[in-house]
Ligand binder design. Structure first.
Ligand code: F6P
Length: 193
C-alpha cells in the first residue's frame, strides 16, 4: 500500500515566543531537527531516495527541508492558517485585544475566521488541490504547519470538523500514514532533541 509522510517544521523562533503566524526561521532546536532529518528519513523510510519533499513557501518549512537531498516543491497552498490581524500576537494578546473573537474561536474553532484571515474551513478548501495531488502520488514527505497538517490528518483519518482543530501534531516527529480500504495505518518516528 501507498504510504506518505509528514512532519511539522522544526521549532521556530515564533514557536519559542508563543506567537502566531509570522515567517520566522528555526530556533537552535529547530535547526537541530533539520540536521537530523536526513538520517531519520533514510533509516525509517524504505523509499527515502525516491521521495519528493513538499514544503510551504514559508522559511521555517524550507529551512527544515534544507539538508534533505531530495527534489522539493514549495506549495503556497501549504502555508500556515492566516491569522489576519492576530498574526504575530500571542494567545494572551489575542484574548486581551480581541476578547469576543477569542471566545468565538473557542466556541467553534473549525468555522471561526480570523479578522482579515482564515478559518479551518477556509484552509480545508484551499488544501483541496494538494489533497487531490497527494492521493495520486507515491513517495511524498510533507514538511508543514500545525493547522495544515491537522487538516491533512483529519482528511485521511476521517476526523470530524469538531475534532479536527484539536488534533495533536507534535513537533520533531515524522508521521507515516498508509491509507487502506477502510482504515488508515499510522506510525510515528520521534526525534529527541
Ligand atoms: O503556534 C503555531 C501555529 O502554527 C500558528 O502559526 C497557528 O496560528 C497555530 O499554530 C494554529 O493552531 P491553533 O489553530 O490551535 O491556534
Amino acid at each position: 500500500p501507498r504510504t506518505f509522510y509528514f512532519s511539522r517544521h522544526g521549532e521556530s523562533l515564533f514557536n519559542v515566543m508563543g506567537k502566531l503566524g509570522g515567517d520566522s526561521d528555526l530556533s537552535a532546536r529547530g535547526r537541530q531537527y533539520a540536521r537530523s532529518l536526513p538520517r531519520l528519513v533514510s533509516t525509517f523510510i524504505p523509499s527515502a531516495n525516491k521521495l519528493t519533499v513538499w514544503t510551504s513557501t514559508m522559511r521555517r518549512t524550507i529551512s527544515t527541508a534544507q539538508f534533505l537531498p531530495n527534489n522539493k516543491l514549495a506549495w503556497k497552498a501549504l502555508d500556515e492558517i492566516d491569522a489576519g490581524v492576530c498574526d504575530g500576537l500571542t494567545y494572551e494578546e489575542v484574548e486581551e485585544r480581541f476578547p469576543e473573537d477569542f471566545a468565538n474561536r473557542d466556541d467553534d474553532k473549525f468555522n471561526y475566521r480570523y479578522i482579515g484571515g482564515e478559518s479551518y474551513r477556509d484552509v480545508v478548501q484551499r488544501l483541496e488541490p494538494v489533497l487531490m495531488d497527494l492521493e495520486r502520488q507515491t513517495d511524498v514527505l510533507i514538511i508543514g504547519h500545525q493547522a495544515i497538517l491537522r487538516c491533512i490528518y483529519a482528511y485521511f483519518m476521517n476526523y470530524s470538523h469538531e475534532r479536527l482543530p484539536y488534533i495533536k501534531i507534535p513537533l520533531h516527529t515524522v508521521i507515516a500514514l498508509t491509507p487502506g480500504a477502510y482504515t488508515c495505518e499510522e506510525r510515528r518516528f520521534k526525534v529527541d532533541i
